[in-house]
Structures are given as C-alpha cells and as structure tokens.
Design a protein around this ligand. Structure first.
Ligand SMILES: [Zn+2]
Ligand SMILES: [Zn+2]
Length: 359
C-alpha cells in the first residue's frame, strides 16, 4: 500500500504557498511549498496554473527507484497566469496550454544528428517543480519550443497525451514505419495503444499483443489491424508468423518491460527486421545475442524522448483525431495520487490523469 498523508506546514514569511505531491522513498504526500515566481527565475518565462497532468510510466520508475524528494509529472495542461515573453508574442496571459518538459539546443552534434534527447541541454531543461503541483514555472526556452495552445476540440485529459504520443511518433519514425510494413506492438498498456495508433497514422499495418484480454479488445476497437492475447513465446510468435506469410513482423515495438519478451521479440521479427526498444527491463543483463543480430541482420534500436517537432506532430494527430485517447485515462484528484500510482502499477488503470486546478 502506498503511504499517503497530507502535511500542512505553517510558514511564517511572505511567500505564497501551493499544494504539490512530493514523492520520496517510495511514498507520496501532498505538501505545501512556495509557489514558483518569475522573479526567482530572472523575471522571464511564465507561471502556469496546472489544470491536470498525466501520470507517465517514467514517473512510476522514478517513484520506485529514486529516493530523493521530488515533484513528479510532466504531461501538463494548464493556464498561463503570468508571462514575460519578450519576443515570443504567440502566447499571453490567460492562454490554455499543453507543454513538453525538455528542450534540445538544436545546435550541438547530437541535435544535428537528430539525437535530440541525447543533447546535453535536453535533460537540463525542465519545468519547475513538476507537473503534480498547483503552479509551475516554464522557461522562455520552453515557451519558444515546446508550449502549444490547447485545441478547442479536445478536453484537457485528451490533449495531455501530446507528450507520450510524441515519444511514440519518434519511435515510429526511427523504426521506419511506412505503407507496406507490418509492425508488432508487444504490450497494450497506454503506450502500446498509442504506439499502434501512431503506426496506423504513418500508414503501416499493426498487430497488437498483450496478456490482458480487455486491453486486446480495446486495441481492436482502436484501429489496430488485429490484436491477440499473448499465450507463450512459441505459440504466439507462431501466430504472428502465420499472419505475416511465415516471415515475421518487419518491426517489433517493445513497450512491455519484461525479460521474457526479448525472446518473443526475436522469434516474431523477420530476418533483417527491426526491434525498437521502448522500455527498460528488470534484468538488464538479458540481452539480444550478438550472433542473432549478426546472422539475421537485425536492427536493434532505442527510442527515448521526443523533439519539439515530434510534439507538434503528436499535437496534430490528436487534434485531427487520428489517434483516439478518450478511453485510455481514469481521472484522479491530486489528493488521490497515491491511489493513481498504485492502480497503474497493479494494472487496474491503463493511464491516470491527475486533475489539479480549474480554469
Ligand atoms: Zn511521459
Ligand atoms: Zn543539442
């Protein structure tokens, strides 16, 4: 059970305080902390009142493995309540926005080779203190590159999928999905369901696979060409072969982090095909064997985090309803964030959206 408490602290100075969910040593609690101000950030940038924030798998990994006190959350929808935007006139006070949390420099060797998420600036830039807070500080760099006005056609929860979908868009582009390719998506959690729809948006065919019946059914309702319940590595990869003229999938997306899925991926990918690694595994020493990669001419690729361009592509896919996210999220109030984490970890919910403020 995730411990959950509300701490009210009396501070005696002139700061304005806000509520935030603070994670520390596998516990999360609602605490009061000073509201960020523009003044403490050189009077430039924006203060955004957070309306809601999606709970990402990477938040859960940090919750479990990083003991330091921190405010998680980066899939933010909010309203600009204060802005000093200088030359960036596209945004103003009162605008409702959705944003990405890392900004590449677009100028270093990594960026010039499209490895944006490896750019040294990328990880250094972040929103402050994190999305599970009533207010966040957003820098001028973010305002210029990763902040978008929310579209009228979508509700807050739907557009909060921009960042996770952008991660999938990047993966689909890196893997080379195009018309005529068949992809297998292993794992139909929220990321698997986004990935499959992203594959379709790039005109590829897609097979989905998961252990949980309801997720398989959901994928079938979300435009996957076919999805099936995982049985075991041999039986299920035989089925994949059957569906692909005995060849195997051109591309396998590994969105489920389990060691045994590596063997399943190797059995299901065609010779000369691509395996796109999109999740961490518990036992990191279980790997792809050298000889299998060599003799079968496999491509093993990683894909991690999106560029500003991927964010824009994802924004457009959501706005044009080419990717449907309406049925993926369950809404929790900030006070219930402990339950949201627990429900996500135990597969009771596909994806949690934490509702924080109102506009
Ligand atoms: Zn995320
Ligand atoms: Zn760079």
């Amino acid at each position: 059970m995730i411990e959950f408490l509300i701490i009210n602290t009396d501070y005696g100075d002139n700061d304005i305080y806000m509520k935030a969910a603070v994670a520390e040593n596998q516990k999360i609690s609602i605490q009061e902390m000073p509201q960020p101000t523009l003044q403490e950030h050189g009077a430039k940038g924006a203060i955004v009142k957070v309306l809601g924030c999606g709970l990402c798998g990477s938040d859960i990994v940090k919750f479990i493995h990083d003991g330091n006190a921190k405010v998680l959350g980066h899939e933010v929808v909010g309203e600009i309540v204060e802005i000093n935007n200088g030359m960036f006139s596209k945004l103003k006070k009162g605008d409702k926005v959705v944003l990405g949390h890392h900004v590449p420099c677009m100028d270093c060797d990594y960026c010039r080779n499209q490895s944006y998420s490896m750019c040294r600036q990328f990880k250094k830039t972040n929103i402050f203190p994190g999305g599970f807070a009533e207010y966040i500080y957003v820098s001028p760099l973010h305002l210029q590159n990763t902040v978008f006005k929310t579209p009228e056609k979508l509700d807050d929860m739907e557009i909060s999928f921009m960042e996770p979908l952008a991660c999938c868009v990047r993966a689909v582009e890196r893997a080379g999905v195009h018309k005529g390719t068949t992809s297998l998506v292993i794992g139909l959690g929220s990321i698997g369901l986004l990935m499959g729809q992203a594959v379709k948006a790039f005109e590829g065919d897609v097979i989905g696979c998961d252990l949980i019946e309801e997720r398989v059914a959901l994928a079938n309702n979300l435009n996957f060409d076919v999805s099936l319940k995982f049985k075991d590595n041999d039986a299920t990869s035989a089925k994949i072969k059957e569906m692909t003229c005995s060849i195997g999938a051109d591309i396998v997306f590994m969105t489920a982090g389990s060691d045994s899925t590596l063997d399943f991926a190797l059995k299901s990918v065609r010779d000369g095909g691509t395996i796109l690694v999109f999740s961490s595994v518990k036992n990191d020493t279980t790997g792809y064997t050298n000889n299998e990669i060599y003799y079968r001419e496999l491509k093993i690729l990683g894909s991690y985090s999106p560029s500003p361009e991927d964010l824009e592509t994802a924004y457009n896919l959501l706005t044009k309803k080419k990717v449907i996210v309406k049925y993926l999220s369950t809404v929790y109030p900030l006070e219930d964030i402990g339950r949201a984490i627990e429900d996500t970890m135990t597969n009771k919910t596909l994806k949690a959206y934490i509702k924080i403020g109102q506009n």
